[in-house]
Design a protein around this ligand. Structure first.
Ligand code: AMP
Length: 252
């Protein structure tokens, strides 16, 4: 079985986000970019499944500008066998277009599992996994915090983190899974593996080759920073607190 993992290149989680002066989006020039943390977790799980003997190959795929190749190299250094970069302008890689590209790649590669992050930390959409499962008509296990595969029955048992606790699903393969935070602790790429990754193949494709039209139904009107948090006030009594809540904050 082959596992395909969708890897998104995003602004590094530790970077303090700045808005472009024309308010058209987030500034990405001279900003550190990294693999989306939930994609790292998805990749780690795919690698562990391969190491346990259930899968024979892990293919990392990414859609976006040329620099996505750097992120794909990181996935090869972590242990993916090969990668596919679908070259597209960064503004065009919205969840529905990405889901259509993933569907087209699945039809070519025929993986038994498609792994994604539960969400990308730049747009926080949490839509791509669900959309591609719908387009493929495959079962989906989203927000996975535990995945157990049964070789004989060709099923995946998935624990999902839901509001009320854990939900356990049994899915027939092939299936779409999206990784939640507690699924695993991703490995670091070692220096020898970083060197080895340089000779692993990265295939370049275009949306046209996959017959996908990168169309956006979303228009961004304006991107602004959240209002600055004002300093707190220490009150001397409960009466003063109630008075402030009633007359200043007007919340009671
Ligand atoms: P989102 O629906 O945008 O929150 O993204 C959820 C997941 O979809 C990510 O964690 C990735 O696994 C995948 N994904 C989204 N955009 C891309 C992209 N441009 N390239 C590869 N994978 C992507």
């Amino acid at each position: 079985m082959k596992i395909m993992v969708a890897i998104k290149r995003v602004v590094d989680y530790a970077v303090k986000i700045r808005i472009k002066s024309d308010k058209s989006g987030v500034e990405t020039k001279n900003v550190k970019m990294s693999m989306n943390p939930f994609c790292e977790i998805a990749l780690e799980e795919a690698l562990r499944i391969k190491e346990s003997g259930f899968a024979s190959e892990v293919v990392a795929v990414s859609m976006g500008p040329t620099q996505c190749v750097d992120t794909l190299r990181t996935s090869l250094a972590m242990g993916a066998d090969r990668a596919i970069h679908v070259d597209a302008p960064s503004g065009s890689v919205l969840p529905l277009s990405v889901a259509k590209i993933l569907k087209a790649l699945v039809e070519v590669e025929k993986p038994g599992l498609l792994f994604l992050g539960k969400q990308a930390i730049d747009d926080d959409c949490n839509q791509t996994g669900q959309m591609v499962a719908g387009l493929l008509n495959w079962p989906q296990g989203t927000f996975a915090s535990k995945v157990v595969l049964d070789k004989e029955k060709k099923v995946a048992t998935v624990d999902r983190e839901v509001d009320g606790g854990l939900e356990t699903l049994c899915l027939d393969l092939p299936a779409v899974l999206t990784a939640d935070l507690r699924l695993n602790q991703p490995r670091y790429a070692t220096l020898p593996n970083i060197m080895k990754a340089k000779s692993k193949p990265i295939k370049k494709m275009t949306p046209e080759e996959l017959k996908v039209e990168m169309r956006s139904d979303i228009e961004v009107i304006q991107v602004t920073e959240p209002p600055k948090r004002e300093a707190g006030v220490i009150v001397s009594s409960v009466d003063e607190l109630v008075d402030k809540l009633k007359n200043e904050a007007r919340v009671i």
